[in-house]
Ligand binder design. Structure first.
Ligand SMILES: [Mg+2]
Length: 237
């Protein structure tokens, strides 16, 4: 089974992420799947906006400015770093660049954010993970913190699906991070070609794993995520 990597759209997204172009070697003998959480196992623009708003409130305290000014500082920093580094920048990188602490920001998130207001169980995703869990070891690797990850996965009905969860406070090294990725692959005890990475941001979730030799799958919608099950079914694994 092949999944064609093809760009039909020449326009470049503002965040410089790839929207298509997955590597999915048909010969891959996949034994484990490492999922990103936010934007991958659920999609909610409203909750994503709430996270940005909460970060702006936290950074307004760090910078001693109003919330709107903090939003503007975040946008300017995101644009500047993205230009300098050539890839999309995470909230962790923006927070650090503005003098904030990733740990403090996540402590703030835990108090302020209410995923319960935005997210609901999607039985298609639960069924997919339960089905994949019979054939593969499933892991979660997220830039989110452990408390929110537990609340979100409980809301989604998928909390029991993972052999292990790798969250931001394990090392406070946000994705993308090569050293952390190597640690995770070592923990899994599998060669890279056996470990499929699934995420919604190519530069953040997939570029480093792909460079290490892992198959990767880019998914930015639940329909796309569900197609993963069909791809794996038809890959003959
Ligand atoms: Mg994500």
């Amino acid at each position: 089974m092949t999944e064609t990597a093809r760009h039909s759209n020449a326009s470049v997204e503002h965040d410089a992420d790839r929207t298509e172009g997955i590597s999915f070697p048909p010969s891959a003998e996949i034994r484990a799947i490492v999922f990103d959480l936010d934007g991958t196992l659920y999609v909610s623009n409203e909750f994503a906006d709430a996270i940005q708003d909460s970060a702006a409130v936290y950074l307004s305290g760090v910078l001693g400015v109003g919330e709107q000014e903090a939003h503007e500082a975040m946008a300017a920093t995101r644009n500047r770093l993205t230009k300098e580094r050539g890839v999309t920048q995470t909230l962790s990188a923006i927070c650090a660049s503005l003098g904030g602490s990733t740990a403090d920001m996540h402590a703030f998130f835990q108090k302020q954010l209410s995923p319960e207001s935005y997210l609901a169980r999607d039985s298609r995703v639960v069924d997919l993970l339960e089905s994949l869990g019979h054939r593969y070891a499933l892991y979660l690797y997220t830039n989110n913190n452990r408390v929110l990850t537990e609340r979100i996965t409980a809301l989604l009905g998928i909390a029991g699906c993972f052999s292990k969860v790798f969250s931001i406070e394990d090392t406070w090294r946000a994705k993308p991070d090569e050293e952390r990725l190597e640690q995770i692959l070592e923990t899994l005890g599998l060669p890279p070609r056996d470990v499929l990475f699934v995420g919604d941001r190519y530069e953040v979730d997939l570029r480093l794993p792909e460079q290490k030799g892992c198959p990767v799958f880019l998914s930015r919608s639940i329909d796309r995520l569900l197609a993963l099950g069909q791809l794996l079914d038809s890959s003959g694994d």
